[in-house]
Design a protein around this ligand. Structure first.
Ligand code: KDG
Length: 340
């Protein structure tokens, strides 16, 4: 069982980038692959304007999960590409500071680190623009994935964002999934549909072939419909589970979550908190669920840890800044989560 004692625990040795590596006999708990971006986020109810405020942050669904899982005490490796530029180096330093093993992150001299701009066009309408076509993350390729690291890990987590970036990034994700699946490593997929990157049809055509290799599938009410037809989100989840996905987890934000496993359904209400920023909550939720799965917890406990992590994330600004350390899990009222 994984414990929350360390950030690569002092048992490893520093590499040339100053990263503390797990010792040779220590595999990673979680491996993930994706693109980390610079994010410029406008203030509430204030469209962007020259000379106006915008907060500089770092974003990216898979690195959000990597940070959240690392804070929960798991050994996490991340494969990615960032530009050999100031933001790329800041991403590396930030992830390293969060205890994520970044040996698999390439500093790419041929492309810039990608960017997203998020603004409150009105108080209720948030718009996102991506500046990532041709960016470093889109240059991810299968050779960037160290098969040995994947094979020796306990769990591979991928999302539907990275395959949308380019053919080579898609191939990198497919390669990671097939290596993990062949090695018996648990594969987790969060559909994470981004309509600005690709259509539902293209997403479905790309993600459905991965499903036979997927052990844990995450999606919201809308996203499950990308990979499975059916009248309701529940019927889609049930059908996905019946057709072989071992765990199907339906994310419902403030309405909580449900999971289907071993022919049974489990439900969990959300934790009530003051929401200031919903972005990244799904990634924190995923990290909480996977963390408890790695701990050998029951499906109810996994969902509990998931909603607690989601609640931490939504009640703090930023995509990952609010995610809890393991010793903080009890702060939002589910004290038993701390003991595992
Ligand atoms: O899940 C949060 C992500 O949406 C955010 O961090 C940025 O990866 C991102 C994306 O593609 O939108």
């Amino acid at each position: 069982m994984t414990t929350g004692q360390d950030e690569h625990g002092g048992r490893g040795t520093p590499d040339s980038r100053g990263t503390t590596l797990p010792a040779a006999d220590e595999a990673h708990d979680v491996v993930t692959i994706g693109e980390t971006l610079a994010a410029f986020v406008g203030p509430p109810a204030e469209p962007l304007r020259p000379g106006g405020a915008a907060t500089f942050r770092l974003a990216g669904a898979e690195s959000n999960v990597a940070i959240a899982a690392s804070r929960l005490g798991h050994r996490v490796a991340y494969f990615s590409r960032v530009g050999d530029d100031d933001i790329g180096r800041l991403i590396l330093a930030t992830l390293r500071g969060e205890g994520v093993d970044v040996r698999g992150v390439q500093l790419d001299p041929e492309a810039a680190t990608s960017l997203l701009v998020r603004q409150h066009r009105t108080s209720d309408l948030v718009t996102v623009s991506y500046y990532r076509r041709g960016g470093a993350g889109s240059r991810l390729r299968p050779e960037d994935v160290d098969a040995d690291v994947v094979e020796r890990s306990r769990l591979l987590h991928v999302t539907g964002i990275t395959p949308a970036l380019s053919d080579t990034a898609c191939a990198a994700v497919q390669h990671a999934v097939s290596v993990a699946s062949a090695a018996g490593v648990t594969v987790s997929l969060d559909i994470n549909h981004r309509s600005r990157l690709w259509s539902r049809e293209t997403a479905g055509r790309t993600l459905r072939p991965l499903l036979p290799s997927v052990d844990v599938l995450f999606g919201d009410d809308d996203e499950l419909g990308i990979v499975q037809s059916g009248e309701t989100p529940e019927s889609r989840a049930e059908e996905l589970h019946r057709s072989g996905v071992g765990q199907v987890v339906l994310k419902r934000g403030s309405l909580g979550a449900s999971a289907w496993e071993a022919g049974e359904r489990a439900d969990q209400p959300a934790v009530e908190v003051s929401m200031v920023d919903p972005v990244g909550a799904g990634d924190a939720f995923v990290a909480g669920y996977l963390s408890a799965l790695l701990d050998g917890a029951t499906v109810e406990e996994r969902l509990q840890r998931a909603v607690v992590c989601g609640a931490f994330a939504v009640s703090v600004h930023g995509d990952w800044e609010g995610t809890p350390r393991r010793d903080e899990l009890g702060l939002l009222g589910l004290a038993e989560q701390v003991r595992r």
